[in-house]
Design a protein around this ligand. Structure first.
Ligand code: NAG
Ligand code: NAG
Ligand code: NAG
Length: 189
């Protein structure tokens, strides 16, 4: 009865590689430590808040961003790195590139992206087609414990990097880096 999907996607920030609404009680989930956001100020500004809600397993993420001028083509590259004890970032363990505009034209084309994307869509207002028009976008209360990482990943510190760029000009619009620790814990739905 286990329904597990994997992927890393997020408009505005971070995340995860695996999203699981199954009945499993033990989870391998990220506890966020910090995030950094760097944007191309001509196109986008962004801010985020990692809320603790009294318990690390109850952490939530809010992200708000403004698209300042029309974006016609968009790709996203996701890389998952392990971080060693001494803080050095190791080689990327997982990497994946998604053509965001193609995906939004045909959401059924990528089941894994769709699972994460539609979850985030319910939490706010995020772009749904290209060109992406200027405006305010956001999502709130993304519960990081809902993001289950693939079980084969080591329980260690990691950095998840998401870079959003134009597929025609290679112009980088935004770079998100999310630092956390993968932790096994009992999930309380
Ligand atoms: C982002 O841009 C919008 C629209 O110009 C502006 O209202 C907002 O204050 C900006 N936010 C930040 C954090 O710079
Ligand atoms: C988790 O956070 C919510 C608010 O988002 C709060 O109402 C709830 O009491 C918290 N639960 C625990 C176990 O801290
Ligand atoms: C940090 O640890 C990694 C892995 O153990 C090692 O490869 C690297 O050389 C270390 N870097 C420093 C600056 O000690």
């Amino acid at each position: 009865m286990r329904k597990t999907t994997s992927l890393a996607f997020l408009f505005g920030a971070v995340l995860l590689l695996d999203f699981d609404k199954s009945y499993s009680l033990m989870r391998l989930s990220p506890i966020g430590i910090k995030a950094t956001v760097k944007t191309n100020k001509l196109y986008v500004n962004a801010s985020y808040a990692l809320q603790q809600n009294g318990d690390p397993t109850n952490q939530t993420l809010d992200v708000e961003f403004y698209i300042l001028r029309q974006i016609k083509s968009l790709k996203a590259s996701f890389k998952y790195y392990l971080v060693a004890f001494n803080g050095s970032v190791q080689n990327a363990l997982i990497s994946r590139t998604v053509d965001v505009c193609s995906y939004m034209r045909r959401p059924s084309s990528d089941r894994l992206v769709n699972l994460v994307y539609s979850h985030v869509q319910r939490l706010g207002h995020i772009p749904s087609k290209c060109p992406i028009e200027p405006g305010q976008y956001y999502f709130r209360n993304l519960r990081t414990a809902d993001l289950q990482f693939p079980i084969f990943l080591p329980e260690s510190e990691f950095m998840l990097e998401c870079v959003y760029y134009s597929s025609t000009t290679q112009n980088v619009y935004a770079e998100f880096r999310y630092y956390g620790k993968l932790t096994r814990f009992t999930y309380l739905p």
